[in-house]
Design a binder for this molecule. Structure first.
Ligand code: NAD
Length: 324
């Protein structure tokens, strides 16, 4: 499949890995890039800018294919030296960057001067238009189905993507709810140039998380997610576990402050849950696509299966429908 996204990013398949906190390591990113899709190293998963520099080197030692670095700009419990992470990205000559969370305006000149292809992930068309005007090369448009932060508008991809396509000239990556060939064909039909998958890549052999997490996704249906931080205007979709239910209950009581829920929701606690395999041990992101996950393939198996399924749908099922 050749789309504006495969051309822009120099990749074989129009599939991009989500910038998953605690999951987007060099190992997963390289496995995704080696499969012909775009792997992403998540900057904040590394404890310091120096550690990110080493992780970028590690990714380069594991793949000679293009990969990106994700820099997420959202509220955090402790201050993050974003500019220092951004400088490492430039110094290490990373070619593709994905920003997310808020406007990448302050980093844009340094990324553009370095010749970086910048993808900005946004959850609304108005932010996508702003990103295009600012000079971003592509946007990843994240529907309400997604894991992590869907924004506050609650608009699903079925509506968001065609509106974005009508409003934008730059390529669009459809994000949120994608996990198989049917989703890929649907995204292309809606006007996107490729798909982004996070939760689906979490349930692969190479994802650096405990088997229990992967099995929990296989056993889940599409209702196994919760929305937290609604009252803090920083909504996050996470796997519905005991911690999620406790946070939702606290928010329902009203006037909850981040300081009160911090011990429950801290990323470090979520990281331990992902690595130790205690599915109720903390907060970890998962999308509604969990309902479409039935196995734990290797990344290469998953990507080739999705591309083949999409190809079959287009050439057989859709052609039959139009009598071709
Ligand atoms: P953390 O431990 O600093 O915070 C835990 C959670 O609380 C995060 O979701 C954070 O957004 C939220 N939070 C913190 N302070 C807040 C405030 N004042 N108001 C509202 N919400 C607040 O986060 P972490 O796990 O170390 O992750 C680092 C960053 O990466 C966070 O901003 C997180 O949201 C983000 N993230 C990124 C991805 C991704 O795909 N790149 C996925 C999940 C989370």
């Amino acid at each position: 499949m050749k789309t504006r996204i495969t051309e822009l990013l120099g990749i074989q398949h129009p599939i991009v890995q989500g910038g998953m906190q605690w999951v987007g390591t060099a190992d997963l990113a390289a496995a995704v890039s080696n499969s012909g899709a775009l792997g992403i190293v998540t900057a904040l998963t590394q404890p310091s800018p120096e550690a990110l520099a080493k992780e970028i080197d590690r990714a380069r030692s594991l793949t000679d294919k293009p990969f990106a670095v994700n820099l997420t700009l959202l509220p955090t419990l402790k201050p993050v030296p974003y500019m220092e992470y951004a400088r490492v990205i430039v110094e290490k000559k990373v070619k593709i960057v994905e920003t997310a969370g808020r406007s990448p305006e302050e980093f844009l000149p340094m990324f553009k001067d370095a010749g970086i292809v910048l993808i900005h992930k946004c959850t609304s068309v108005r932010h996508a238009i702003k990103a295009e005007k600012m000079g971003c090369d592509a946007v990843s448009v994240d529907g309400f189905e997604c894991a992590g932060h869907p924004g506050e508008d609650d608009i699903p991809g079925l509506i968001l993507l065609p509106i974005a396509r009508d409003a934008l000239k730059i390529p669009i990556i459809a994000s949120g709810g994608f996990g198989d060939g049917r989703g890929l064909v649907a995204a292309l039909a809606l006007g996107a140039d490729g798909i982004n998958m996070g939760t689906r890549f979490l349930a692969t052999a190479e994802a650096p998380v405990h088997e229990n997490i992967k099995k929990a996704l296989v056993e889940s249906d599409e209702r196994q997610t919760s929305l937290i931080f609604r009252t803090l205007h920083n909504t996050a979709r996470i796997f519905k576990n005991k911690v999620a239910e406790e946070v939702v209950a606290m928010e329902k009581r009203g006037n909850v402050r981040i300081e009160e829920i911090a011990p429950l929701v801290s990323g470090k606690r979520g990281e331990s849950a992902l690595h130790d395999g205690d599915i109720h041990g903390g907060v970890w992101a998962a999308g509604m696509v969990a309902g479409l996950i039935h196995d734990i393939p290797t990344v290469a198996e998953l990507v080739s299966r999705i591309v083949k399924e999409a190809d079959d749908i287009i050439k057989k099922r859709l052609m039959e429908i139009v009598g071709g």
